[in-house]
Design a protein around this ligand. Structure first.
Ligand SMILES: C[S@@+](CC[C@H](N)C(=O)[O-])C[C@H]1O[C@@H](n2cnc3c(N)ncnc32)[C@H](O)[C@@H]1O
Length: 278
């Protein structure tokens, strides 16, 4: 018997057909995700489901909605943690927030927020640095499952202990444990913090901008897209910034730098922080 679809022999043309079919039938647009990413996710799904040909895979997905849900969720790699790249959170406190127009500062966006850890980290930093301002954090993702976890705001206590060092290294001004209540296994983020965060589903590929933000974080998301889709999403993010607003892409994205633009100032090259000037 053959092995389930071995990497990298997944027939490229059939993948293109499959993606086209998902788009045509369900409006799911993965056509411009990076080929390596697509190939890995499709192969992993096929192996798990014991599928031996791309035709079986297509049939498996198009004839059963539950399978399709599992397949779509497998495209969302929710790896994240609080105060990921702690140094960046120190930079947000010391460099980014002082650059923002305090008179207007009211809305920030964590785009591709996964299970919410980035949004809670950002909300904590904003609360500590701007105690007298109500700043709303909009946190969006494609994955319903991740958003469900994010909205609950309940995380394993074991992980929260590990996040404490990130909080401190990122310039935390209080005790991290002030922000949650814990039982013996889980920690629940404080209700007050949660009222400053709006979680919602948003697809960076197919949805349009929905607000004007002072600050946008979009980290570890563009890596899944091909070059032209990266450009498309970058434009969407820039359109969503108010003049003077700041975009942070983080240090992992594969795009080397933004194409030079008159309306963008480089604030930090390592963490790809840009300010919109006009
Ligand atoms: C690796 S996580 C990054 C989480 C967080 N930003 C961080 O850096 O810790 C990538 C997230 O991007 C989301 N994502 C992928 N494609 C997306 C799209 N088209 N629109 C919105 N979110 C997307 C995935 O669902 C996943 O939760």
């Amino acid at each position: 018997m053959n092995d389930p679809l071995p990497h990298p022999t997944v027939n490229e043309r059939l993948i293109v057909d499959l993606l086209q079919e998902l788009y045509r039938r369900f409006g799911l647009d993965y056509r411009n995700y990076s080929p390596t990413f697509l190939s890995r996710r499709i192969t992993a799904y096929a192996k798990k489901s014991n599928l031996y040909s791309i035709e079986d895979l297509v049939q498996n997905l198009l004839e059963n909605e539950k399978n399709l849900d599992v397949f779509i969720e497998s495209f969302s790699l929710p790896t994240t943690r609080m105060f990921r790249d702690a140094e960046l959170f120190q930079l947000i406190r010391d460099t980014v927030i002082p650059l923002l127009d305090k008179k207007h500062l009211s809305k920030v966006w964590s785009a591709g927020c996964s299970t919410g850890e980035e949004a809670y980290s950002l909300a904590i930093v904003l609360k500590e640095e701007l105690p007298d301002r109500k700043v709303l954090t909009f946190a969006t993702d494609l994955s319903e499952r991740s958003l469900h976890t994010a909205k609950k705001g309940i995380y394993q206590l074991r992980r929260m202990r590990a996040y404490t060092s990130g909080y401190q290294a990122g310039g935390g001004r209080a005790e991290f444990s002030n922000y949650y209540t814990a039982d013996h296994e889980n920690a629940m983020m404080n209700a007050e913090l949660k009222t400053n965060i709006v979680f919602a589903q948003h697809n960076l590929v197919t949805d349009s901008t929905f607000n004007e933000f002072d600050l946008i974080l979009c980290r570890n998301v563009l890596i899944y897209f091909n070059r032209s889709l990266q450009e498309h999403v970058l434009n969407l993010l820039l359109e969503s910034l108010r003049p003077g607003g700041i975009l942070i892409l983080g240090d992992k994205e594969s795009i080397r730098s933004m194409s030079p633009r008159k309306d963008l100032l480089d604030i930090d090259r390592a963490y790809r922080i840009y300010q919109k000037t006009e």
